[in-house]
Design a protein around this ligand. Structure first.
Ligand SMILES: *Cc1c(COP(=O)(O)O)cnc(C)c1O
Length: 506
């Protein structure tokens, strides 16, 4: 809930008179799309008497005076405007009445939206009912990207304006800036922006010279991109089963899968929890392997005191809109402490050149989009806060659901500080699909990550696997259920999900 407030418009006064100024970001928290004014006031009648569901406003009285009464959340706010350097911010969802207009009044209103009839609530009873409905939870979306976008709207719009006037639409300063801040965020010495998460993996494997005849070990329980990257390089994808507690790749099973053709292992920090990296790095040393962290779900996650993205020989991030750090389109990043690898990747993603038209190696076009880099830079500043919020909501689930014996709660390894990209429970006794349907009917969005393991996908038929080859992955795929967990979910929404889960298992 955002409350209405009065503020003083910054004003310069000198012998010529006064000059007041308000601008986006510092005083006006939205982009102005409409302006209207009230004047020629012959009779002092009451005006307003309505609310807006979405519209935000700033009201300034340029001449004369007016009283403003606002009602929201059961509270009343009274303001008197009588000077051009006083303003009132009116958030969405406020009932307003304007009264006691002076005859000479000139009252200006700046508005965040163009005229939309359906945005008005013109009946007070209806407004009270609407407010009540807003406050009580009747459905919970699986994720709430729209709320995050709403909260950052003016910043994102400013980013977009700056992008338009920058003239830099391919690579350039904004991409470099974001690469620097992201590398710093991960504690890695280099970051190379690419087009998406899949490209981050594929390009790095290619940069390591991995290709036909080589083998790369991948967990069977992951999003298909991890395996597709291996296939795209022409190498063989060797699947191994996962750990029953963390659902991450099992280092013991990796060791037994190593052959003299194995070149790399791709641990996935699934659901935002780091894979067990120390034993994998030991194997890498013993068998001369590369370890690539698929960090697409683990922006900010920690293993010991280090962040995912700084643990292996290279790492790949996705900024797909639903990830913990999400773009407004496709985007991805490679991080690595290997500066020679970084230099090669920087060329590879941009037609194999450092200097325009001097193509030193075979490359491709896999650049990070400059607009996405700007928007991601804005969002990166919020990532720690969002991850903290995810942790708080995950704690709430864990504390409230620990008594339900038919649920297996996520296990957090001692060395790990997850970022809860996904809050996945396992539902025993074959009840997963029934529970999913029950929650759906209660208005609660859920997901299954992932319903079909890689080895049972039609696209990977050629690997020759059958049901039973990776029993833990298969069991997980039948029992796993992802509950709503988004930094923008309210406590009330998560409590609603918890109450419905308790109801189902009662
Ligand atoms: C999202 C994701 C990817 C792929 O990222 P894109 O940006 O969609 O290409 C790869 N691996 C994992 C584990 C993912 O979750």
């Amino acid at each position: 809930m955002i409350y209405p407030y009065a503020f003083t418009v910054p004003t310069v006064q000198d012998e010529r008179g006064s000059l007041s100024f308000a601008q986006i970001k510092s005083e006006i928290p939205f982009y102005v799309k409409r302006i209207y004014y009230i004047y020629n006031n012959t009779q002092s009648l009451v005006r307003g008497e309505h609310a807006h569901k979405k519209l935000e406003q700033v009201m300034i009285c340029m001449n004369g005076s007016v009283d403003l009464l606002l009602k929201a959340g059961g509270k009343e706010y009274i303001f008197n405007l009588s000077s051009p350097n006083q303003a009132v911010y009116i958030p969405k969802g406020c009932w307003r009445s304007l009264s006691n207009f002076s005859k000479d009044v000139v009252c200006v209103v700046l508005a965040s939206e163009v005229m939309q009839e359906e945005d008005y609530i013109k009946d007070y009873e209806e407004f009270v009912a609407w407010e009540r409905e807003q406050a009580c939870v009747s459905s919970v979306p699986y994720i709430a990207i729209d709320r995050c976008t709403d909260a950052l709207k003016s910043q994102l719009q400013t980013g977009f304006e700056e992008f338009l006037s920058s003239g830099e639409y391919i690579l350039g300063d904004a991409v470099e800036q974001f690469e620097k801040s992201f590398a710093h965020y991960c504690g890695a010495s280099n970051a190379i922006g690419v087009g998406n998460g899949l490209e981050a993996i594929t390009l790095t494997l290619m940069a390591w010279g991995i290709g036909p005849g080589d083998e790369v070990i991948v967990p069977a329980n992951t999003f298909i991109a991890t395996a597709l990257a291996v296939s795209e390089c022409g190498a063989n994808c060797v699947l191994v089963d996962v750990d029953e507690k963390t659902y991450n790749i099992d280092p013991h099973k990796v060791e037994t899968a190593i052959t003299d053709r194995t070149k790399a292992v791709i641990p996935v920090h699934l659901y935002g929890q780091s894979a067990d990296m120390n034993p994998l790095m030991d194997l890498a040393q013993r068998f001369n392997l590369k370890i690539f962290e698929d960090s697409a779900q683990a922006h900010g996650a920690q293993y010991g005191d280090k962040k995912c993205g700084s643990l292996g020989h290279g790492a790949g991030f996705s900024f797909y809109p639903t990830k913990n750090l999400g773009a407004y389109g496709d985007a991805g990043m490679i991080t690595t402490n290997d500066s020679a690898l970084a230099e090669k990747l920087r060329m590879m993603r941009n037609y194999g050149c450092k200097q325009k038209y001097k193509h030193e190696i075979l490359g491709t076009n896999a650049r990070l989009d400059a607009l996405q880099a700007r928007l991601l830079s804005i969002k990166l500043d919020h990532l720690n806060g969002w991850n903290d919020r995810r942790r708080a909501l995950a704690d709430k689930y864990i504390q409230s659901l620990s008594g339900i014996s038919a649920i297996v709660l996520p296990y957090v390894a001692a060395s790990s500080q997850p970022v809860w990209h996904v809050f996945a429970i396992r539902v025993k006794n074959g009840l997963r699909d029934q529970l999913k349907e029950f929650l759906e009917n209660a208005g609660i969005g859920t997901n299954v990550h992932y319903p079909v393991p890689i080895h049972l996908q039609a696209a990977y038929k050629h690997l020759g696997h059958k049901v039973g080859d990776f029993p833990i992955t298969e069991k997980v795929s039948e029992e796993i259920l992802s509950l709503p967990l988004d930094p923008m979910h309210t406590d009330g929404e998560i409590e609603f999900v918890i109450s419905k889960l308790k109801e189902f298992f009662a």
